[in-house]
Design a protein around this ligand. Structure first.
Ligand SMILES: *[C@@H]1O[C@H](CO)[C@@H](O)[C@H](O)[C@H]1NC(C)=O
Ligand SMILES: *[C@@H]1O[C@H](CO)[C@@H](O)[C@H](O)[C@H]1NC(C)=O
Ligand SMILES: *[C@@H]1O[C@H](CO)[C@@H](O)[C@H](O)[C@H]1NC(C)=O
Ligand SMILES: *[C@@H]1O[C@H](CO)[C@@H](O)[C@H](O)[C@H]1NC(C)=O
Ligand SMILES: *[C@@H]1O[C@H](CO)[C@@H](O)[C@H](O)[C@H]1NC(C)=O
Ligand SMILES: *[C@@H]1O[C@H](CO)[C@@H](O)[C@H](O)[C@H]1NC(C)=O
Ligand SMILES: *[C@@H]1O[C@H](CO)[C@@H](O)[C@H](O)[C@H]1NC(C)=O
Ligand SMILES: *[C@@H]1O[C@H](CO)[C@@H](O)[C@H](O)[C@H]1NC(C)=O
Ligand SMILES: *[C@@H]1O[C@H](CO)[C@@H](O)[C@H](O)[C@H]1NC(C)=O
Ligand SMILES: *[C@@H]1O[C@H](CO)[C@@H](O)[C@H](O)[C@H]1NC(C)=O
Ligand SMILES: *[C@@H]1O[C@H](CO)[C@@H](O)[C@H](O)[C@H]1NC(C)=O
Length: 414
């Protein structure tokens, strides 16, 4: 009897330990600990003899690894663009022929040297902001008649504020804000905040995407823009240019954890991957399908967003950076998609005049949320405490069993 109890106790104990070990390993499941040395520079190599036109700037974030370098280029010449170049050398450099670069039409005026160290490159360009009058409250641009669409804002024509004023080399961020100069933007702006990262982590504000040393982030914010109709909703057009493989499909995956992004259980990944490999991607743009209608959002300020299917496009996007790095043609395949914000029943843009959405752009496979520490602790306590009780119970039974001697026989009554 006692030995059976001991055996059970032992098994429980082993089980408990196994679970604990399994959980603890999850605690550290925030990427592989890979770190990079990140440095930011504005307009690298630009001599004093040349002055770029107002609002044109090129941010170079160099993220150096042990044997490799990630170059992020964030540029406001033409449509705002983020270019990512991965090289297999920790000493690769960026070369800009500024005169040709500012002429906007010379392929090869921006290069990463040595050219044969380039393993992968990909650009994401923010091309247009669409606005439509959603009179029937469908919140679905594909169901809205073309006549409801207002002329899109072409971001290549926007006037951008000086990047030098917002570049922060310490936090590795740069903020680009601009407008079309018209009445709608007289009190408002479209802003893109670029961030590069040295290691795995999360930013404070929602959606708190998990990032790692191989990723960068852009937060888009449409603040104080005067809508051109009472039922205005927006969608944002993105285009992507890839070297060997363009970002050609969007995978929507289940996300297990909503602690960091409340009520959102999905994550969308626009991926570039060789046709035969399904697991390891080359590069990605990842977002949670949520936008926020206030700068300091509470739960109710979240609004879902949707993407259209990526379409192959015939021309390179109108970004000075892309035109300088890539060559028009089959070697630079381009795809595009729209991110539309809100669903039926959600308030129109005019209620808060604010919208923000965040995307992670990086190398390899996108980081995936694992169970968070809080959830794990709850699970460990929830599953662990019954086991612990059984364990302690077992021990108590054992000890009791040994401590109280079983009466051998009846005591003779005198
Ligand atoms: C980042 O990239 C480097 C070099 O390709 C790789 O060794 C590392 O595992 C990657 N880290 C993550 C978290 O993807
Ligand atoms: C870096 O390259 C050197 C020599 O090519 C090699 O010995 C080393 O293992 C590499 N380190 C990493 C982290 O890949
Ligand atoms: C680029 O544009 C400049 C002036 O805008 C022009 O002189 C030059 O010929 C153009 N170069 C190419 C390759 O189109
Ligand atoms: C980097 O890649 C290029 C081309 O893929 C190759 O020729 C070169 O040997 C590689 N260098 C290192 C250090 O791996
Ligand atoms: C709104 O819905 C009505 C009825 O379904 C339809 O006749 C009308 O064309 C729709 N208008 C727009 C702008 O979608
Ligand atoms: C950026 O601003 C700093 C001062 O804020 C100034 O010293 C520097 O010359 C500026 N750089 C450029 C490229 O405009
Ligand atoms: C811009 O904002 C100011 C103050 O917030 C206000 O007085 C002005 O009327 C606004 N202009 C427009 C065009 O909305
Ligand atoms: C918005 O609605 C108000 C009242 O319903 C109307 O006077 C105004 O013209 C509308 N504005 C636009 C841009 O349609
Ligand atoms: C926004 O537009 C809707 C629909 O026309 C209108 O009913 C509402 O009053 C507007 N809200 C604000 C804050 O202007
Ligand atoms: C992908 O698979 C197809 C057939 O399944 C094969 O013909 C092709 O060569 C493969 N491509 C690569 C890059 O492995
Ligand atoms: C984005 O949406 C607009 C309006 O529906 C459409 O004209 C455009 O072709 C779309 N862009 C892409 C890349 O799908």
């Amino acid at each position: 009897m006692a030995s059976v109890t001991t055996a059970y106790t032992f098994m429980h104990c082993v089980l408990f330990l196994l679970l604990t070990v399994r959980f603890s390993s999850c605690f550290m499941n925030w990427g592989d600990g890979y770190r990079r040395k990140v440095s930011l520079e504005l307009n690298p190599g630009l001599g004093p003899s040349l002055t770029p036109p107002p609002g044109v700037g090129l941010v170079h974030a160099r993220a150096e690894g042990v044997n490799d370098t990630l170059h992020y280029l964030f540029c406001s010449q033409g449509a705002p663009a983020l270019l990512l170049v991965h090289t297999n050398s920790s000493s690769s450099t960026l070369e800009v022929d500024w005169r040709a670069f500012l002429a906007r039409n010379t392929s090869g005026s921006l290069r990463v040297e040595p050219q044969n160290s380039i393993l992968y490159s990909n650009a994401v360009v923010f091309t247009r902001l669409w606005e439509y009058d959603d009179v029937n409250d469908t919140a679905d641009p594909s169901k809205v008649p073309p006549s409801s669409f207002l002329a899109p804002y072409e971001l290549q024509t926007f006037t951008w504020a000086d990047l030098n004023a917002t570049l922060d080399p310490v936090s590795h961020t740069a903020l680009l804000c601009g407008g079309d100069g018209g009445d709608s933007f007289s009190n408002g702006s479209l802003c893109l905040k670029f961030s590069a990262f040295e290691a795995a982590g999360r930013e404070q504000g929602w959606p708190s995407l998990l990032h790692n040393a191989n990723s960068s982030q852009i937060s888009v914010r449409l603040d104080g823009v005067k809508p051109r109709s009472n039922g205005s909703r927006f969608s944002l057009e993105l285009q992507s240019v890839g070297g060997a493989y363009p970002m050609s499909r969007v995978d929507v995956l289940r996300s297990i954890d909503d602690e960091y992004t409340p009520s959102i259980f999905k994550v969308s990944q626009w991926v570039s991957s060789p046709p035969n490999s399904s697991s390891s991607g080359l590069g990605y743009a990842q977002w949670k399908p949520v936008a926020y209608r206030k700068a300091k959002p509470v739960f109710e300020d979240a609004t879902p967003c949707h993407h259209s299917l990526p379409d192959p496009l015939a021309r390179l996007p109108p970004s000075g950076l892309v035109l300088a790095f890539y060559t028009e043609g089959s070697h630079s395949p381009t795809t595009g998609l729209n991110i539309s914000f809100s669903i039926t029943g959600d308030p129109y843009y005019n209620t808060t005049n604010y919208l923000s959405w965040t995307v992670l752009v990086g190398l390899g496979s996108a980081p995936m949320d694992s169970f968070s520490t809080l959830v794990l602790t709850i699970m460990a306590v929830g599953l662990g405490s019954p086991l612990l009780i059984i364990l302690l119970g077992g021990v108590w039974v054992c000890v009791r069993g040994k401590a109280t001697p079983t009466p051998a026989a009846y005591e003779p009554i005198n």
